[in-house]
Design a protein around this ligand. Structure first.
Ligand code: ZN
Length: 330
């Protein structure tokens, strides 16, 4: 957990503490991977703290701060229940993870209990709020329609449009801006992360996605290696270790590569793969546009089923066969 507030959230931190009419429900919205969750947790901690410091940071010494978050009786974090990874294939499968109605029912029961602390405040953090399924959304709406006293609800999301309108209308929206490129770079350098430039362009400027992507560097490089070969890829030599992060993740890398190919075709700078720009530019010259467009459609179709337990090796092989074809003359 951060000790202070990320520089790009400083204004929001001050604004939220200077808001004298804090409503009973807030939505923290902003781009993925900018640290919204940490911000929300920090805010919850300071909201519950018995003697916050002058900069509104929690004191880290009172009993509330000591309990927070795991054993704090007045803090509840509602998140999707994690599914087990596919143990058989040792691969990550991205199944749709939802917050379920049973979790909201439990919350309802919890809210009937009285608040534990002297200060008499309670915080319910729902994150990511866009993972509430339909039934859970309706159950939460009922709670928000007749909110219990002294309880603050914080919904964190990067996709506000996925929340039902009736929930949105009951919450006050706090827009959290992401870091500028310089702020994101400084942040990664402070974390002793190298190649921060190429990581940030690959992740669209999100520092926390960049940190997560570090773990997948070797798989990503294997994929780049393959994609760079264009028409010369030897399908029989595809190393399926690139599927370690799951087909969905692998397809993401390929989609980003193809996006940059399209940019190069239109004489524009690469967006995701800065280091490989020259390679992509020279590949773009050999492209068969019709096949490329067909290929992007296929990728989109495959993305829809990538989380199902299909034969991932076979799917990937097909993708590379079709990728080769985008360099064939029509
Ligand atoms: Zn405290």
């Amino acid at each position: 957990m951060m000790d202070s507030i990320y520089p790009w959230f400083k204004d929001a931190w001050i604004a939220i503490h200077e808001n004298k009419n804090l409503p009973h429900a807030l939505i923290f919205k902003g781009k993925e991977g900018i640290g919204k969750y940490n911000f929300a947790v920090k805010f919850a901690k300071s909201y519950l703290c018995q003697k916050t410091l002058s900069n509104h940071l929690p004191c880290e010494a009172c009993s509330s701060c000591e309990w927070f978050p795991d054993v704090h009786p007045d803090f509840k974090h509602i998140a999707p229940i994690e599914n087990e990874d596919d143990e058989l294939s040792k691969r990550k499968t991205v199944r749709k993870k939802n917050i379920l109605i049973d979790q909201i029912r439990e919350l309802s029961e919890y809210l009937e209990l009285s608040v534990h602390q002297e200060k008499g405040r309670r915080v319910v953090l729902i994150e990511p709020a866009d993972s509430l399924n339909h039934a859970a959304s309706n159950a939460l709406l009922k709670i928000l329609e007749e909110p219990p006293e002294n309880t603050l609800f914080i919904l964190v999301t990067s996709q506000t449009q996925k929340l039902i309108a009736t929930i949105r209308s009951r919450c006050q929206l706090l827009d959290l801006r992401g870091p500028s490129l310089d702020e994101a770079k400084t942040f990664l350098i402070d974390q002793k992360i190298i190649h921060e430039d190429s990581l940030l362009s690959y992740t669209g400027g999100s520092p926390f996605i960049a940190i997560k992507e570090l773990e997948n560097q070797s798989e990503r490089e294997m994929i780049i290696q393959l994609l760079s070969q264009g028409h010369n890829i030897d399908i029989t030599k595809v190393n399926y270790a690139i599927l370690t992060q799951g087909l969905d993740w692998t397809l993401n890398v390929i989609q980003k590569w193809v996006f940059d190919l399209l940019l190069s075709l239109h004489a524009q700078q690469n967006y995701y793969f800065k280091k490989e720009e020259k390679r992509i530019q020279s590949q773009a010259k050999q492209i068969n546009l019709d096949n490329l467009l067909l290929f992007t459609n296929e990728l989109n179709e495959l993305k829809k089923i990538a989380s199902h337990p299909i034969n991932q090796e076979l799917q990937l092989q097909n993708i590379f066969i079709k990728y080769k074809q985008i360099f064939e003359p029509s």
